[in-house]
Design a protein around this ligand. Structure first.
Ligand code: ZN
Length: 85
């Protein structure tokens, strides 16, 4: 991840501090020795554009796992009768 200082020079992330599962503080230092600015950027997760495959697979598996055997077989049979794209 590229970080820029307010002076326009590149800055390095020196360390990170996890504030929560989706929020992290990045402790940065400007690479321009004449600037010397050190600062903190707060990075947070905003939203998904495409859900992670692992998460959607897990959700489908959990849904199937909670269905009774009869409903699960009906769903599989229904799915198998649909022609593939
Ligand atoms: Zn700077």
């Amino acid at each position: 991840m590229a970080v820029k200082c307010l002076c326009g020079a590149k800055a390095r992330v020196r360390s990170t501090k996890l504030l929560s599962e989706q929020v992290t503080n990045l402790y940065c230092a400007c690479s321009d020795v004449f600037c010397g600015h050190t600062f903190v950027i707060t990075q947070s997760f905003s939203h998904s554009i495409n859900p992670a495959k692992q998460a959607s697979d897990g959700a489908v598996f959990e849904l199937l796992q909670n269905m009774c055997e009869k409903d699960r077989m009906q769903l599989f049979n229904r799915f198998l009768s649909v022609p593939a794209n």
